[in-house]
Design a protein around this ligand. Structure first.
Ligand SMILES: N[C@@H](CCC(=O)NCCCC(=O)O)C(=O)O
Length: 278
């Protein structure tokens, strides 16, 4: 797969060659939308850097999914897809999905997105659909499978502040912010070829109780879980690819071999599913 990349004259991987040619036979990857109010009307939107990473990092065809309330028959939709990317978002999952705790004043919410993504996770797993979950997406996976979150990690004794400074330029906000310790023998250690990696950090919430069936793939220096994968321990029925990370590997994905490796591992799982589907 790596040799499928072409090098720019700067020696950097520039993603898959002839992306247009790949599009015609590429796996279809769904990206659920956020629901955003723009002026007097609600819109459904997906961040462009996630869409670009699906194309340039995974060589797949992006399909933006609506977040209507109530949700569409999402199972029928998933049957036509080869993978699912749950993106990050400034909004937070409504706390009633995982706790009796009250929310907090000014908590940015997106109930329509919650309704769609929290039901998509078990549907995708039941169908063996590969899932790559990023930031809010990782939190959605954990909540959907029965785990819980810290609403404000930086207010929990012993944890660092994992938020970005919104006044910084984007290149600073998404720059590597802290190391993560990669689980020995885990997928990410294999992708990184090392036991540690440096990642960006733009989140105020984080995993509190880990959901059953998820195993830790990476932790921050303060012990916060930073990546998980699905492993229900049934050797007879191996779990589908499900990798969830708290950082943002979509950011300039072709310039960071670790981030690119994450999207390529996801892409391999999507291609396998696509071949089985056709
Ligand atoms: N709101 C959650 C998740 C944070 C997150 O996904 N941030 C990324 C926002 C912008 C982007 O899409 O890159 C939390 O604060 O923990």
């Amino acid at each position: 797969m790596a040799n499928a990349l072409i090098k720019s004259n700067a020696g950097r991987n520039v993603g898959f060659p002839f992306a247009e040619a790949l599009m015609r036979s590429s796996p279809l990857v769904g990206l659920p939308s956020d629901r955003k109010q723009i002026g007097p009307h609600p819109f459904h939107a997906v961040g462009e850097k996630y869409i670009r990473a699906v194309v340039d990092g995974a060589g797949c065809q992006p399909v933006l999914l609506p977040s209507l309330s109530p949700p569409l028959d999402l199972g029928a939709l998933l049957d036509e897809l080869d993978g699912l990317v749950l993106t990050g978002a400034h909004s937070n999952i409504e706390p009633h999905h995982y706790s009796h705790e009250a929310g907090y004043e000014g908590n940015p919410l997106d109930p329509a997105r919650d309704a769609n993504t929290l039901s998509l996770v078990p549907l995708a797993i039941a169908r063996g659909l590969p899932v790559l979950a990023i930031c809010r997406g990782m939190q959605e996976v954990n909540v959907a499978l029965g785990g819980s979150l810290h609403q404000k990690v930086h207010e929990v004794p012993g944890f660092a502040d994992h938020r970005e400074n919104p006044d910084d330029p984007l290149g600073v906000q998404y720059a590597p912010a802290h190391p993560v310790q990669l689980a020995a023998g885990g997928w990410l250690e294999g992708i990184a070829g090392a036991s540690e990696a440096k990642v960006n950090s733009l989140h105020g919430q984080g995993i509190r109780e880990l959901a059953p069936g998820l195993v830790v793939e990476a932790t921050a220096p303060d012990g916060l879980i930073e990546a998980v994968r699905l492993d229900r321990g049934n050797p007879g029925t191996p779990d589908p690819f499900l990798l969830a990370v708290q950082w943002h590997p979509e950011w300039r994905v072709t310039e960071n071999p670790f981030y690119l490796g994450i999207f390529q591992a996801f892409a391999a799982a999507c291609r396998h599913r696509s071949q089985k589907r056709h």
